[in-house]
Design a protein around this ligand. Sequence first.
Ligand code: IPE
Ligand code: IPE
Ligand code: MG
Length: 254
Amino acid sequence: MSDLSVPQIFDEVPRHIAIIMDGNGRWAKRQGKSTSVGHKAGVETVRTVLQLVKDNGIKIVTLFAFSSENWQRPSLEVKALMALFSTYLKNEIQQLHQDGVCVRFIGNRQRFNGSLIEQMDYAEQLTSDNTDTTLVIAVDYGGQWDIANAAKQLAEQVKAGTLEPGQIDETLLEQYIALADLPKPDLCIRTAGEQRMSNFLLWQMAYSEFFFTDTLWPDFGEREMQAALASYKQRDRRYGGREEDPDQPLTEVN
Ligand code: IPE
Ligand code: IPE
Ligand code: MG
């Protein structure tokens, strides 16, 4: 069994891609349609992208579906997004299971209604032993929430007297951060032109490569995926280090 926690610096194909699926609203507006029509079209793209992920030998995909801040949208839009999420799980979970997809969710799921939480629990339990592809769906997720949540758990251990503050370092904190058991995203794709993280996987993407495309999420397909993967192949991932270069010998500075 391969150790997924070890970074594979020279891999040409990312093991884990993270996607900020943006642009549903603009896609709908361009067609004079309501935002929820855009979100519905966005769900179709999720199907396409899952197939592309498999076809390209990518093992893990994390999709940003709903951020901690998206609750601030109009209540009708939030309602439509919840309904679409629930319908997606209902319609797709058996097929995902048959296709060997392990489905996981990250985020603060306590703010969802009871039946949606049950659907999420069911999806995770049903697919937990699948190993072909891992699909992580980030819902009510915020990178800052994730880090604060990890800090809270360590604080509780300090309070209980089982942990000394001096023992806290990056390696320990990371154990309480979402997806600690998976390799970090190698590549993050954001659609629809914005070049920001919008509070996505702040900790996990410390050394991820980024690919931005102007294409709106409902229009994302094979062409954009190939462009992202081709760009990733060209990247030189140094993780802050440097190989000694015989053509440029190092000298001491006095
Ligand atoms: C992304 O599309 C989907 C979610 C944030 C849920 P948007 O709804 O943000 O689309 P734009 O940015 O308004 O075009
Ligand atoms: C990020 O998109 C969140 C998701 C894709 C779920 P937003 O549309 O919410 O981000 P901002 O507001 O443009 O930063
Ligand atoms: Mg947006």
